[in-house]
Write a protein that binds this ligand. Structure first.
Ligand SMILES: *[C@@H]1O[C@H](CO)[C@@H](O)[C@H](O)[C@H]1NC(C)=O
Ligand SMILES: *[C@@H]1O[C@H](CO)[C@@H](O)[C@H](O)[C@H]1NC(C)=O
Ligand SMILES: *[C@@H]1O[C@H](CO)[C@@H](O)[C@H](O)[C@H]1NC(C)=O
Ligand SMILES: *[C@@H]1O[C@H](CO)[C@@H](O)[C@H](O)[C@H]1NC(C)=O
Length: 418
């Protein structure tokens, strides 16, 4: 019953805080290590590792703005806009949504030659790189305090799709005066969209085309060994972390982030590349060591424990369904004892899926299950490079050639379509 991995998983929290054993249920434990740029500079970190979105865009001579979008349920989300490099923006504004425990920075951290955020702006698009609730940029709410209120962390990708994405779409439509948007998601950012399309189908009319890099919905054929081993223990891990008071996981101000950020500066390829290979199926040299080093300054920047529990549920139930609140909780929330499935038939807007042959988190068999249910599938495109894995879509040296050109080609066709 007690998997050694479960113990390992909780290790970095427990070792820091002997007092957690005295903590009471419902309490929230939060800690934060000081962020010291001076120290990072002194250690010779690549500057791009610690610059934020706005600073990075300024450094590379792009014009950007910070916007705050408030959701119907009170979360304040940070959305960064990169202005198109052309006099008038083309087509429709593009919303970008990152993956799990990641942020808007994913779209630009590889630099102007490889960052999709920059490349879209170069090609005359108005770019809106969003952050879902709870990550380092969107750790804010009109009334709840993330450091003291456990309710702040009571969300998963279900709430991203049900509340965050609709608020962002409405905000962008309002600010730009355009009737529709393009949407590009990576990993969990795709899950968020499928939730939106099935729970809030009226939003399909506001999406001209959505693009899904490393799509995640069904996780029956997940190949990644660690999540596969952990998934059957999801409920145990969730209860354990809740009892200890840890509602926020893998946050930017926590120790794991600091350790990985440092290790990846010293040895991006052997250490962090191997970590990526174990987690996602990454093949060495398909992402540059510099990008890996910089990426780990922007990755693992916070999210809820419930998010991980929801993914665990998809893995062990082999279904794409809403969060299991327990029998009684389900009756109250959904009116049924079991959590309902997301209904993909309702995703009526055009969908382009972009997949990799070596992606251990988003396997081709699972994507086939997804595409067979989508009523308006434009294409299920498999990147021809056999080494293509989960993060190559956003950081890979060949992403412009295999992925971005594909997206720009479709946008060109859809720009003129009503
Ligand atoms: C990014 O950094 C700049 C300069 O340090 C700061 O003014 C700005 O508030 C930061 N933005 C965010 C969203 O953290
Ligand atoms: C955006 O919202 C504001 C306030 O609700 C409204 O006054 C304005 O007309 C809207 N703009 C557009 C372009 O829809
Ligand atoms: C979390 O939110 C859901 C949905 O609003 C609700 O059904 C559930 O009871 C909440 N759980 C807790 C522990 O507050
Ligand atoms: C899913 O939505 C479609 C279209 O509205 C509907 O016909 C179908 O019955 C729904 N399926 C489920 C399981 O609710």
């Amino acid at each position: 019953m007690y998997n050694p991995l479960v113990v390992f998983f909780c290790f970095h929290y427990i070792i820091l805080f002997p007092q957690v054993f005295a903590s009471k249920q419902g309490r929230i434990l939060s800690y934060s290590l000081p962020e010291s740029r001076l120290l990072k500079k002194a250690f010779g970190y690549d500057e791009d590792t610690y610059l934020n979105f706005t600073e990075l865009t300024q450094k590379y001579d792009y014009s950007s703005e910070e916007h705050t979008v408030t959701t119907q349920d009170g979360y304040n989300l940070k959305v960064f806009r990169i202005r198109s490099k052309c006099e008038t923006a083309k087509g429709y504004p593009v919303i970008l949504l990152h993956g799990v425990y990641d942020s808007s920075d994913a779209w630009i951290l590889a630099g102007p030659k490889l960052g999709l955020g920059y490349i879209l702006a170069d090609n005359c698009y108005d770019v809106w790189a969003a952050n879902h609730r709870g990550n380092t940029y969107s750790r804010s709410h009109v009334s709840l305090n993330p450091d003291t209120d456990p309710e702040f962390w009571n969300y998963s990708f279900d709430e991203h799709g049900n509340f965050d994405v609709p608020a962002i779409i409405d905000y962008v439509i309002n600010k730009t005066g355009r009737p529709k948007v393009y949407y590009i998601g990576h990993s969990q950012g795709t899950t968020d969209f499928f939730v939106l399309g099935s729970l809030r189908p009226e939003y399909n009319n506001k999406v001209h085309l959505s693009v899904h890099l490393a799509p995640v919905a069904w996780m029956k054929y997940l190949q990644s060994p660690i999540p596969k081993l952990l998934a059957p223990q999801t409920k145990l891990i969730k209860t354990l972390l809740d009892d200890l008071g840890f509602r926020e996981l893998f946050a930017k101000q926590q120790i794991l982030h600091f350790i990985l950020e440092k290790l990846c500066q010293i040895a991006p390829e052997p250490i962090c590349g191997t970590g990526l290979a174990l987690a996602t199926g990454y093949k060495h040299a398909s992402i540059s060591p510099r990008t890996i080093a910089v990426a780990f300054g922007h990755l693992l920047v916070g999210g809820s424990t419930k998010t991980l529990a929801h993914f665990g549920q998809l893995i062990y139930t082999k279904k794409f369904q809403r969060y299991d609140e327990g029998r009684e909780g389900n009756m109250i929330r959904y009116g049924t004892g079991k959590p309902p499935d997301y209904n993909l038939t309702l995703v009526s807007s055009p969908v382009l899926l972009v997949c990799g042959k070596s992606d251990w988190l988003s396997s081709l068999a699972d994507i086939n299950e997804l595409s067979s249910r989508l009523p308006n599938l434009v294409e299920e495109y498999v990147v021809p490079d056999p080494s293509w894995s989960h993060n190559n879509h956003v950081w890979g040296v060949n992403a412009p050639k295999y992925v971005f050109d594909k997206i720009l080609g479709y946008f060109k066709v859809y720009d003129d379509m009503r």
